[in-house]
Ligand binder design. Structure first.
Ligand SMILES: *Cc1c(COP(=O)(O)O)cnc(C)c1O
Length: 354
């Protein structure tokens, strides 16, 4: 604490990201990064662009990347907003679209960054409980609100809503912005990007960090009606004119161009997840159905906390959450390569002595 701090700083409770361990021989399955590297074409493009032009500022409106993304999703460039990671896109969206008189709504168990943004921007919020199956009950959200946000699939549960469920909700909730955070959508969940044309209050956010293997580059984007996008641009241009650097722009375009690589790595992760889920079940875990690149699982007899600390002793890092109480017995396993998951399973057998 310091007398030099702005008032808002005293009240902040910053987000705590998953550990990025300094030891490099660990198996890292705690922050949902992709086990497969970015496309070789992305790396080649970054290498080729690493030259004298880095002395110049990048294009402030990132036109080339916006055009690439717009073409991919068959929308216009005025429907795309780019940010330095989707966390930045979300932060800007909270300020630009979710600050009204009524509280915003999100699930009690969800991405823990949402309440952090609320504190930062002094936005009232109300959390609504997931049902007994850890599903989001969108009917509960039908009340006057300043906006609604949820990830699909949800984090850290991995549980997905269908496009139909979301559309049914959008039909009934037309007076406030609905943000669907699709950070993990490419690992087996239906995207609602196709609904952005029909519902002018729907904003969908995507990340390059998980399915596009570029967490280190910090790229994310939003898709929505041009009026929503304009609000985001107004905030961005009052804050940072160049959130996307020259190398990020080039890499982002190449990532979308190499769709075959993108699809094949997503499929590998999904295939590993399906097999790992069965293996976990045979070890006595109950596993929530996952539309993401991680699974959320609870053992019948051994508490999550014990499993996590034993795995750590064996050099495997996974993630667990203390709050709320209801998820404290669970462990979140990021889907790694087949070799990593094999080692994880062997170690789990050892720990559970089966
Ligand atoms: C990882 C994640 C993000 C942020 O991704 P970045 O693009 O790396 O900032 C957003 N939402 C959820 C639910 C996530 O898990």
């Amino acid at each position: 604490m310091s007398k030099f701090w702005s008032k808002v700083v005293h009240n902040l409770t910053p987000y705590i990201p998953g550990e990025q361990p300094k030891l490099n021989n660990l198996i890292k399955l705690n922050t949902n990064e992709n086990p497969y590297g970015p496309s070789p074409k992305v790396l080649a493009a970054i290498n080729q662009s690493t030259d004298d032009t880095l002395r110049l500022y990048p294009d402030p409106s990132s036109e080339a990347l916006k055009k690439t993304i717009a073409d991919y999703f068959k929308v216009n460039t005025h429907n795309i907003f780019l940010g330095n990671g989707s966390d930045e896109v979300l932060a800007i969206a909270f300020q630009a679209l979710l600050k009204h008189n009524s509280p915003i709504l999100f699930p009690d168990i969800t991405y823990s960054f949402y309440p952090v943004y609320c504190k930062l921007y002094e936005i009232d919020f109300k959390v609504l409980p997931l049902n007994d199956l850890f599903e989001i009950e969108l009917d509960d959200y039908l009340m006057p609100n300043g906006g609604v946000i949820f990830p699909n699939p949800n984090a850290p549960t991995g549980v997905s809503l269908t496009l139909d469920q979301i559309e049914t909700f959008l039909k009934k909730n037309s007076d406030s912005v609905v943000i669907v955070d699709e950070a993990y959508v490419d690992f087996g969940t239906e995207s609602v990007v196709c609904l952005t044309e029909k519902y002018n209050n729907l904003l969908v956010t995507h990340s390059f960090s998980k399915s596009r293997s570029l967490a280190g580059l910090r790229l994310g984007y939003a898709i929505g009606h041009k009026d929503l996008i304009e609000a985001l641009v107004r905030v961005k241009d009052s804050f940072n004119s160049y959130p996307i650097d020259r190398l990020g722009l080039i890499a982002g375009v190449e990532s979308f161009k190499d769709d075959l690589y993108f699809k094949s790595t997503c499929k590998k992760v999904i295939d590993t997840k399906i097999k790992f889920t069965e293996d976990l079940k045979s070890l006595g875990f109950s596993v929530l159905p996952s539309g993401a690149n991680f699974v959320f699982a609870k053992h019948i007899s051994i508490d999550g906390k014990i499993i996590v600390s034993h795995l750590r002793e064996h050099g495997i890092v996974v993630r667990r959450f203390d709050n709320p109480e209801r998820i404290s017995p669970y462990v979140r396993f990021t889907i790694g390569s087949n070799e990593e998951i094999d080692t994880l399973l062997k170690t789990l057998k050892l720990i559970l002595s089966v």
